[in-house]
Design a protein around this ligand. Structure first.
Ligand code: ZN
Length: 339
């Protein structure tokens, strides 16, 4: 009960990539970069295990960014044709590449790191991929001319990689869909259908992560504009509850999300965010257990997992390590108290 996991990303070591950034530049190249990514992955795997994290991951050490790490293996995208675009409904600007032709996976995307983690742990592995809606919101399109058609094309590629990850020994494939919290009508309209295509035929478990973003200033400002109650989840949870996705990963700690909205996820396992990634203050086990107690009013305890609110990629490394330890300690206390 109260198994722990991280949403996905962890900070990269400063010898591997520029620290503190969402799109960090690599500090190695060629063979040294490939080795460095593997060393960083194994270092974080050990730190997760030591902190008592039950379901482990690669910490996204091999990708520069959670969306563009996938895109780099896709044919039909021109990385030389970068466009400055407002993303997440113009919450922030990003320099994004352009789709210029039919999309195809050139090669496996995450085989190396998935097999590496599988070979070095006996624990269940959760592996993250960007969701179709979030990808189309983070790329320019000069070929498909239609957001839904583009999303479905990406969903096919994601499915190809997800099936291969399952074969690599991954236990949970998670699709990251922060865009689900922004384009609420589209989630019901086509977002979940795209997710189903991405997850089609998988026998392993599937998850979707929906959050209020990394702890960067643009997101902190956005959250401040959302009023005293964040009710975005209310619009999409009924459709998610009816979906074929097994687990839903959410932001809860320090969020103004009314927890009774979690009742709308009936039938799903819930990865409850009990670690805030937008503050350097480290949660106490007591605060985590108190949040779990609140969530238990709305989600059956056997369906509750403890997780981070979002990825920790841009966070200070020492803070991230302390928060991993807090996550493990909070889960132990919750088990003692409510298990
Ligand atoms: Zn997130």
């Amino acid at each position: 009960m109260f198994q722990t996991a991280i949403a996905g990303s962890l900070p990269k070591p400063s010898w591997l990539a520029e620290p503190g950034r969402l799109w960090p530049a690599w500090r190695l190249e060629g063979e040294a970069l490939a080795e460095g990514k593997q060393d960083a992955t194994l270092a974080w795997l050990e730190m997760q295990e030591r902190a008592g994290i039950d379901i482990v991951g690669d910490g996204e050490q091999s990708r520069q960014h959670f969306v563009h790490g996938f895109l780099e293996a896709v044919e039909g995208i021109d990385f030389g044709r970068k466009v400055r675009m407002g993303i997440r409904n113009n919450r922030y600007e990003a320099l994004v590449p352009t789709v210029v032709g039919p999309l195809r996976l050139r090669e496996r995307v995450h085989q190396t790191e998935a097999r590496l983690v599988r070979a070095h742990t006996a624990r269940p592995i959760k592996f993250t991929l960007p969701g179709p809606m979030t990808i189309v919101d983070t790329i320019a399109d000069a070929h498909y001319g239609d957001r839904v058609a583009l999303a479905m094309a990406f969903a096919e590629l994601l499915n190809e990689e997800a099936r291969a990850l399952e074969a690599d020994g991954v236990d949970i494939v998670q699709f990251d869909e922060p865009a689900f919290n922004v384009y609420l009508d589209d989630v019901v309209g086509w977002g979940i259908e795209a997710l189903h295509r991405a997850a089609a035929g998988l026998r392993c478990r599937t998850a979707v992560h929906i959050c209020y973003g990394y702890g960067v200033q643009a997101n902190i400002d956005w959250k401040a504009s959302l009023g005293s109650e964040w009710r975005q989840y209310e619009a999409i949870f009924p459709a998610l509850a009816a979906s074929r996705i097994d687990l839903v990963s959410l932001e809860c700690m320090n969020a103004r999300v009314p927890l009774q909205l979690l009742e709308l996820l009936r039938g799903k396992d819930v990865l409850v965010g009990v670690i805030d990634v937008a503050t350097e203050q480290v949660e106490t086990p007591e605060a985590i257990a108190a949040l779990v107690e609140q969530v238990m009013r709305y989600v059956p305890r056997e369906r509750i997992y403890l997780c981070t609110n979002c990825g920790m990629a841009p966070m200070r490394r020492d803070v991230a390590i302390a928060k991993l330890a807090a996550l493990g300690a909070g889960a132990r206390l919750a088990r003692e108290r409510f298990g």
